[in-house]
Design a protein around this ligand. Sequence first.
Ligand code: ADP
Ligand code: MG
Ligand code: ZN
Length: 481
Amino acid sequence: MTTKFEPVIGLEIHVQLASKTKLFCSCPNGVGEDTKPNTAVCPRCTGQPGVLPVLTEGAVKLAVKAGLALGCKINEYSTFSRKHYFYPDLPKGYQITQFDKPINGAGSIEITFGPKENLQKKKIGIHHAHLEEDASKSAHFEDYSLIDFNRAGCPLLEIVSMPDMRSPEEAYAYLTEIKRLMKWVEASNCDMEKGELRVDVNVSLRPVGQEKFGTRCEIKNLNSFKAVKDALYYEINRQTELLNNGGQVVQETRLWDKEQNVTRPMRSKEDALDYRYCPEPDLPPIVLKHEWLEEVKKQMPELPAQKEAKFMAAGLNAYDAGVLTSSLDLATYFEAVTAGEKVPVKTASNWIQTDLLGMLHAEKKEIAQSPISAQTLAELLEMVEGGKITRKQGRDVFDKIWQEGGSPKAIVEKLGMVQVSDEGQLEEWAKAAIEANPKAVADYKKGNKAAIGALVGGVMKASKGKANPRLISQLLAKLLA
Ligand code: ADP
Ligand code: MG
Ligand code: ZN
């Protein structure tokens, strides 16, 4: 007999905060691969004897902004601890982290998943989110290793979820939402390729209907959202087979091998490191002043959930509202296009998603690098909406501005683009189309209303795309009545 199991998933995510300096010294933060190794370092972040850490305000501020975005209770009093382990990438022999009193307490976020037409929402709890310093980076060769301390001491925020996810899709949606929120409030750039967002997943199974959680495994070394999903699928299958064959899951840390698409044991609970946590004696507690906290709250942008609700109230469906709030820049762009209230939200949404994002995607550009500003697109769409030019002409103007710049009005004038709405001219084309296509006419008269499409097409062709399609349909219907 096989039991039906339900997966239980919790994530621990490290995001690198986008502050100017490292967490406890004034070295530059996040210098990246193109900076020479061991040049963004000082005695403090390389753990020289006799130096003391000094907390930098920038990182604390970003941690609080992140906490506010995650709906966390901000703890006005939090402390640092030492977490000991011995590895060459850790210069002091311990990592300064927050342990029992983190800066951000419990919170929650809402995730969205499922098919486009039937999106589902679910609340996922955040256990807490704490500040800690990053380790350095080592590279291993045949009989020697190299260490780069540029990353040592960079500020990280570790976001620990509650075990609230029940499928790889939910975990993927959770990751997507965390990334959107962190970028939205500019707490982190979350570039996974640069290691600015790192994920460990915890997964266990329990028989459907059972309340008590099963034994979990933790999977490390996940370098992409896809790896997270793949590793979860693999691990859920592995644990299901194990349990159905009378085996037991042992609590252990496993590594994802993306070449072989498998997880492999790294260390079991028995080998779990004893970190010998103790309070950090060299740092005073972080005490957030009330006025300081109020000031940070004031600087918070409107969060994506609120923007989404606004966009939906204005007439967009949940899917479109989600796409247009995938980043703050995109949401701001959409708002600017529709600000004059001359362009309907659905029209703006279609153009932005199909035309603008299509082009940006093809050229690997961000919205901030768009050659067409929101004001320019608004001007263009007003001309299409007002019937001055057709949608097709609008797209031609769009492409021209994309290539060469310029204003929609000037280009429309220069190219002599006008939509023909003149009744006499339209009637001439319509009659010619009816003459040329007796089959469509017969079908239409037999009740196949869609047959009119062929006649509209004929007129569009004769007019070289300049005829007003709405007027043609009306006119043809009248002539065939
Ligand atoms: P640890 O102290 O070993 O790091 P935590 O209790 O802090 O463990 O949990 C770490 C992560 O594991 C959290 O994201 C949590 O949601 C998740 N988690 C805890 N128990 C389970 C479980 N039984 N199944 C799946 N995930 C779990
Ligand atoms: Mg943990
Ligand atoms: Zn330093």
